[in-house]
Design a protein around this ligand. Structure first.
Ligand SMILES: Nc1ncnc2c1ncn2[C@@H]1O[C@H](COP(=O)(O)OP(=O)(O)OP(=O)(O)O)[C@@H](O)[C@H]1O
Ligand SMILES: [Mg+2]
Length: 224
């Protein structure tokens, strides 16, 4: 596993009335197996930045190198592989598919990537056990609590064994108690599995538990 390096990343949005510069000049280096936390007020561009890093959106300038590969030089096919295998996403909203069981939702990324159903099931079951959902594998998302759904989303994000986990306010929709459960699992699993975590959060207690903490303000990052 290499590192992730962002150099002079810029992003602006054009609307009819104006041009909004959201990311002005983002420079960030993330070492393997570390936890980096980004905080910042609503609308400052945290999700925009995470989406760019995850290959869901493209910057207007600058470059991103991940494990020695330049994201801007990837073809659509390479980017799609990057999104499915190099990074795993956890969002504020779980995005579990409502017509599939917990187990099916978790195994889907692995199965889609071409593995056999049998190995996908066994891997998903192990991860679900790790997030304490062994007793809920046949439940549909509507039959799960908010905390359970986020734990399933965490298992799903780890299914393809990505080097990087990108978490955008993963506890934002949970109450205090469930937030603590999910964040403890997230941090423990990132450490146990040797993952690199980039976490966006409003939760100041959570923010303080990373290896490095940045504040995003007026399009630039500063180390806290
Ligand atoms: N497609 C778009 N077109 C125009 N402006 C946009 C677009 N997407 C986002 N923005 C603007 O970019 C800014 C950054 O949005 P972003 O979602 O990254 O903020 P955020 O820091 O994640 O906020 P929050 O903490 O509320 O989730 C916002 O002011 C938003 O209105
Ligand atoms: Mg956001």
């Amino acid at each position: 596993m290499g590192n992730m390096n962002l150099t002079e990343i810029k992003k602006k949005y054009k609307t009819e009335a104006e041009e909004l510069v959201i990311l002005r000049n983002i420079n960030l280096n993330i070492d393997p197996k570390t936890i980096t936390v980004i905080t910042g007020e609503s609308g400052c561009g945290k999700s925009t930045l995470l989406n760019i890093i995850g290959g869901l959106d493209r910057p207007d300038g600058g470059s991103i190198s991940v494990n020695g590969r330049d994201l801007s030089r990837m073809t659509e096919a390479q980017l799609s592989e990057y999104r499915s295998k190099t990074v795993g996403f956890i969002f504020q909203f779980h995005y579990l598919l409502k017509d599939f069981t917990c187990l099916e939702n978790v195994m889907m990324p692995f199965y889609m990537a071409g593995s056999s159903r049998k190995s996908a099931v066994s891997k998903a079951e192990k991860l679900l056990e790790r997030v304490n959902l062994a007793g809920r594998i046949n439940h549909y998302p509507t039959q799960m609590s908010g905390g359970e759904r986020q734990r399933a989303a965490l298992a799903r994000a780890l299914m393809n064994d990505p080097d990087y986990l990108l978490a955008d306010e993963p506890t934002g929709n949970l109450d205090e108690e469930n937030s603590r459960v999910v964040e403890t699992l997230l941090f423990d699993m990132v450490r146990d599995y040797g993952k690199t975590l980039l976490l966006v959060t409003h939760d100041t207690e959570l923010a303080g538990r990373g290896d490095s903490e940045y504040f995003l303000h007026k399009g630039e990052l500063t180390l806290k």
